[in-house]
Design a protein around this ligand. Structure first.
Ligand code: 5RP
Length: 292
């Protein structure tokens, strides 16, 4: 209990030294609440301003896809090399060691699988995200899908509202409708719509032409999905071009866990994302690490 007799008057007020008013290292995020910034700082490296997120949420629409049949064997050894893990609540509770210090990007929307039609989604309960100590809520948004655009935008809006209540940021994940091409015009529009609806981070696909326009027209950080498995060198080239065009990192799945050597691959991706390694250097590193 505080003792009234020993209260000492304050002496060191730093008169003449103005208190620093710092900005924030992430694009478009300086006016957010402390809790959201704190969570974003766990996901994005303060030094590089970027993140290597490891995505292994594919099972929720695809079942046991290649590389994810036994996540305890294939994914758990990769976790220590990621800045953030992106997965479902089922995966986190069943295979991710609770001692893990990695921030969680929780797959917060859930819905129909590849066996019916994609994109008919709902969102899970914010209480469960809090129980799981989620640092980011990932919600799929199907811009341009005539049947599901509205429901997925509502999901995003609801997630942002609930996330803001508890200072958990939201990541808008752009889906691609069957009729739509993954070009800069479409990806730029889908990403911008997510940001305007309050998403704090955007996950979208890379496109070979004018990706810098996508990045520049979106006022918050963008990370790219890896997409279908490519030869390792091409995946590293894609990551390099995306970073060069201004992406704040990757949220990569198949191009890591389906690589011939997944640990070597995630380490090579890190070199590109955090240390601006050229694709040739990163591929050389991959080849060297593969032999160890
Ligand atoms: C599906 C997703 C996946 O997590 C995403 O596609 C990332 O994985 P990959 O790099 O394999 O594309 O968000 O909606």
């Amino acid at each position: 209990m505080a003792d009234n007799d020993s209260i000492q008057a304050g002496k060191t007020f730093g008169i003449g030294i103005p208190q620093k008013t710092e900005g924030f290292f992430l694009k478009g995020s300086s006016q957010l609440d402390w809790g959201i910034k704190n969570r974003l700082s766990q996901i994005f490296c303060v030094k590089s301003g970027r993140s290597v997120m490891l995505a292994f949420d594919h099972g929720y629409i695809m079942g046991p896809t290649s590389g994810l049949e036994r996540m305890d064997l294939t994914i758990v050894p990769l976790i220590e090399h990621a800045d953030c893990i992106m997965c479902t609540r089922g995966a986190i509770r069943s295979i991710v060691p609770p001692e893990s210090k990695k921030p969680l990007s929780l797959r917060y929307s859930s819905g129909t699988t590849i066996l019916t039609e994609l994109n008919d989604e709902c969102v899970i309960d914010i209480d469960d995200a809090i129980r799981l100590n989620a640092s980011l809520l990932a919600v799929m948004v199907a811009i341009g899908d005539p049947k599901h655009e509205a429901v997925t935008i509502r999901n995003l809006a609801k997630t942002v509202d609930l996330g803001m209540r508890y200072s958990i940021p939201t990541m808008g994940v752009t889906a691609v409708g069957k009729e739509l091409v993954r070009d800069a015009r479409y990806l730029g529009m889908a990403s911008r719509v997510c940001a305007e609806n309050g998403a704090h981070v955007i996950k979208t696909y890379y496109c070979n032409e004018n990706f810098a326009q996508v990045v520049n027209a979106v006022p918050v950080p963008i990370v790219i999905a890896g997409g279908k498995k490519l030869p390792e060198k091409e995946a590293l080239e894609m990551a390099y071009r995306a970073i060069n065009d201004g992406a704040a990192g990757v949220d990569m799945g198949r191009n890591i866990f389906q690589a011939e050597n997944p640990v070597a691959m995630i380490k090579a991706v890190r070199e590109v994302v955090h240390n601006n390694a050229k694709p040739e250097q990163a591929f050389k590193l991959y080849e060297e690490l593969k032999r160890i």
